[in-house]
Design a protein around this ligand. Structure first.
Ligand SMILES: [Zn+2]
Length: 242
């Protein structure tokens, strides 16, 4: 091998060594974030978002509790003193909270369209009417004290199947077997109503089973309540996070 050739080979080795070191360093010293770093950032961003979301949800829940349609009126909770109810007259001439008239009439129309015959027999009551009912009832346990009836809020409606209108007292358990009532119990949530006093919740509601008393709470809450099978008292406790 000539001397020149030897140097050429040595040069080549040197060039390769330098280039190898340079590219090797470049590869190791990669400034772009690696996949783990990116994943971590995404994860912590998602966690922040989740926190914001759940805080917003909590705030929304507590705001919902103040909404007129979630008012809790029962033997332990009186309506607020001086609460005014703006009423509107329904098809039957009974008054209800004006905001409930439309969903109520929609529900009754749909029930009739399905072939049944619902009939309103009681809705909004003035304090005087409730007082009169309470004073004249034989059984004080069956009638709410004045100020403690949802009927005074205009949000409760007693509906029977018209085939029972001639019964001595249509407000009995047998109401649940009548076709209009069966339809209402199955579909009321689609119009924002719940069956307020279910059979197995008497200990909590402190009111007997009433398969005729419907209460407006709005579609979203009505759907959750009817699908989960809780009563309004339980649902509100849940919303409060208790
Ligand atoms: Zn009632």
């Amino acid at each position: 091998m000539s001397r020149t050739k030897k140097f050429l080979i040595l040069d080549l080795i040197l060039v390769l060594a330098v280039a190898g070191t340079y590219f090797g360093f470049k590869f190791l010293k990669n400034d772009e974030p690696d996949a783990y770093e990116v994943a971590d950032n995404i994860k912590s961003g998602a966690e922040d978002l989740k926190e914001i979301e759940s805080a917003a949800e909590e705030e929304l829940k507590s705001k919902e509790l103040d909404e007129w349609y979630l008012i809790l009126v029962n033997p332990d909770n009186a309506m607020p003193e001086g609460m005014e109810v703006e009423t509107a007259s329904t098809e039957s001439g009974h008054e209800v909270d004006a905001r409930v008239k439309e969903p109520l009439e929609e529900m009754l129309a749909a029930c009739r369209e399905a072939g049944y015959s619902p009939q309103i027999i009681s809705a909004f009551r003035t304090r005087e009417t409730q007082q009169y009912l309470y004073d004249t009832t034989a059984n004080k346990n069956d009638t709410a004290k004045p100020g403690h009836s949802e009927h005074e809020c205009g949000l409760a409606i007693d509906i029977i199947d018209s085939s029972s209108a001639g019964w001595a007292d249509p407000l009995i358990d047998e109401q649940e077997e009548l076709p209009a009532q069966i339809w209402l119990m199955e579909n009321c949530q689609d119009y924002g109503f719940i069956l307020r006093y279910p059979k197995d919740k008497e200990d909590i509601t402190q009111i007997i089973y009433e398969p005729w008393h419907y209460r407006y709470v709005g579609k979203e809450h009505a759907t959750k309540i009817m699908e989960s099978g809780v009563c309004l008292e339980e649902y509100i406790e849940e919303l409060k996070g208790e």
